[in-house]
Design a protein around this ligand. Structure first.
Ligand SMILES: [Zn+2]
Length: 111
């Protein structure tokens, strides 16, 4: 597990043996970085894969919603259109659930 350094200005997390010369996100100097404790770093590493899965779910649901909209436009029959509309509504719930989890993780330093 490499060391992690967080920019105290923008919260960008840098992985490496030392903090970068300048923050890749906000351009602040090296001195603005604070090394995360091993406990804080463990939270970041432990949650990385799970956060990625949540983001992939959001992306996949966006694709599902787009496909469902195409089905609504085709308008083959009422049952199909109702199914596509339900998929859009359910997709919204799935997306919001994953986004809420990501927000909870960030609030706990797990990102
Ligand atoms: Zn920064």
């Amino acid at each position: 597990m490499k060391k992690l350094f967080k920019c105290s200005v923008c919260n960008f997390i840098w992985e490496g043996e030392d903090a970068p010369a300048v923050c890749p996100k906000c351009g602040q100097p090296h001195e603005k970085f604070v090394e995360l404790t091993p406990e804080q770093a463990a939270l970041v590493y432990k949650s990385e894969k799970t956060n990625d899965i949540h983001m992939k779910i959001v992306t996949l649901v966006d694709k599902m919603i787009e496909v469902s909209k195409q089905g609504i436009i085709l308008d083959l029959d009422p049952a199909c259109v109702a199914g596509f509309k339900a998929a859009i509504e359910e997709g919204y719930i799935i997306k919001q659930r994953s986004k809420a989890e990501i927000e909870n993780h960030i609030g706990k330093g797990k990102w």
